[in-house]
Design a protein around this ligand. Structure first.
Ligand code: HEC
Ligand code: HEC
Length: 341
């Protein structure tokens, strides 16, 4: 596995020297992170209001069911940090303890990886899809989190800090076990991309846009943003349904623009295919981008551009993204998300 990466590194440095003139153009003029990628609707004003108490505490009486699953769970069971619901054990390999239960006795406590990334690894826009990655890449990311090298550009996003805490508390053996588990799962489609002038009306909660239902439901102009939302807010919030995916509404024309940027560099950067592979499904240990959450991908690009994600391998990406605007991040990720994983 070392060899393809060395090739990518060589390509990287060639590309680096090749884009010198473009880099002189300076950093992008955007004022702040693209809010749609973080699941917020207004810029961070530094004020941290106390989290409002949930209207109804999670219920531990009503048994929920999902068609096709032989199990039933209450909402408390669904979101148990140390034993989240596993609706379809037949969909994934046997979970090791760290994935199924985390380690409550650790300091800080390690939640079950399956809680946020789901037992099948498909994850959610506010965390990450961890399927289809290579063992080397996965391990490197855990080390980068552990070393404080993966920070978020919007400090309101507190689950990135949780992820850092888990990586700090994990033993090497736990990292290796989790990496072996998730990297054995190939990625399959999880987000459907639709070009549209409008999007359903949503509200932002927990870093995700949820479609409004009932009298508040409707559509609104999309504008220059991506709205990535669960196919069903109920499946997402109440059930953590592991077979119910996401829809990303993207501006009309953005996929084609993104394709040009990703495949040719569009005169402002290196083609992404050089390192991520012609099919954008990864090359050697360089991660796959095809069919992944556009919100997740755009956050990573912005975090790397601002130096908040600065892991051992991030220098390869630094010159590539130096001159990209938030609009470029939107079109590139609209295209990448639209690809078959
Ligand atoms: C010179 C090689 C190279 C090129 C060209 C390149 N990448 Fe990367 N990319 C990498 C490497 C290496 C990583 C892993 C970085 C790390 O571990 O911090 C990465 C990581 C990423 C990630 C984070 C993925 C994740 O799972 O978190 C995204 C998103 C990404 N690249 C998008 C792009 C886009 C879009 C382009 C084209 C505009 C591009 N890359 C071009 C080498 C490259
Ligand atoms: C509380 C929710 C949560 C739990 C539980 C969790 N993670 Fe994460 N994880 C995240 C978030 C959030 C990110 C992305 C951070 C960002 O976008 O800034 C992430 C990202 C990752 C990535 C990077 C993926 C990539 O493509 O670069 C890996 C690897 C990962 N997590 C592994 C794990 C493992 C292993 C466990 C179990 C020990 C775990 N996570 C538990 C929230 C969580």
């Amino acid at each position: 596995m070392i060899k393809p990466f060395a090739v990518a590194v060589a390509f990287g440095f060639a590309a680096w020297s090749g884009t010198g003139a473009v880099q002189a153009a300076g950093p992008s003029p955007d004022k702040g992170p693209p809010l749609w990628a973080w699941g917020f609707t207004s810029p961070d004003d530094g004020v941290r209001p106390a989290a409002p108490a949930p209207a109804t505490p999670p219920d531990n009486v009503k048994e929920h069911k999902i068609p096709g699953s032989k199990f039933s769970f209450t909402q408390v069971q669904v979101s148990n940090r140390y034993a989240p619901a596993d609706w379809f054990p037949e969909d994934h390999p046997l979970m090791p303890d760290i994935v199924a239960h985390g380690r409550e006795s650790a300091n800080p406590q390690i939640y079950a990886c399956g809680l946020c990334h789901m037992p099948n690894g498909k994850g959610r826009p506010e965390n990450a899809n961890v399927t289809g990655l290579t063992y080397e890449y996965f391990m490197q990311q855990l080390k980068d989190f552990k070393n404080g090298k993966r920070q978020t550009s919007d400090k309101r996003k507190t689950n990135t800090d949780l992820m850092t805490g888990f990586a700090k508390a994990m033993t090497d053996a736990e990292m290796e076990t989790a990496a072996r588990y998730f990297t054995s799962i190939p990625s399959t489609p999880w987000v459907k991309v639709i070009e549209s002038a409008t999007a359903p009306k949503t509200h932002a909660r927990g870093g995700v846009f949820l479609t409004l239902t009932g009298p508040e439901a409707g559509t609104e102009p999309l504008g220059q943003r991506i709205v990535e939302t669960p196919i069903s807010a109920e499946d997402f919030e109440v059930l953590r349904h592991p077979r119910s995916g996401f829809i990303a509404y993207v501006p009309i024309g953005s996929i084609k623009k993104g394709e040009a940027l990703v495949r040719t560099g569009a005169g402002k950067t290196t083609a992404c295919t050089v390192c991520h592979g012609v099919d954008l499904k990864g090359l050697g240990p360089v991660p796959t981008l095809a069919g992944r959450s556009p919100s997740y991908l755009a956050r990573q690009l912005y975090d790397m551009q601002r130096g908040n994600r600065a892991g051992a391998w991030s220098p390869l990406m630094a010159p590539v993204i130096a001159n990209l605007t938030n609009d470029d991040l939107l079109t590139a990720t609209a295209y990448l998300a639209s690809l078959e994983p």
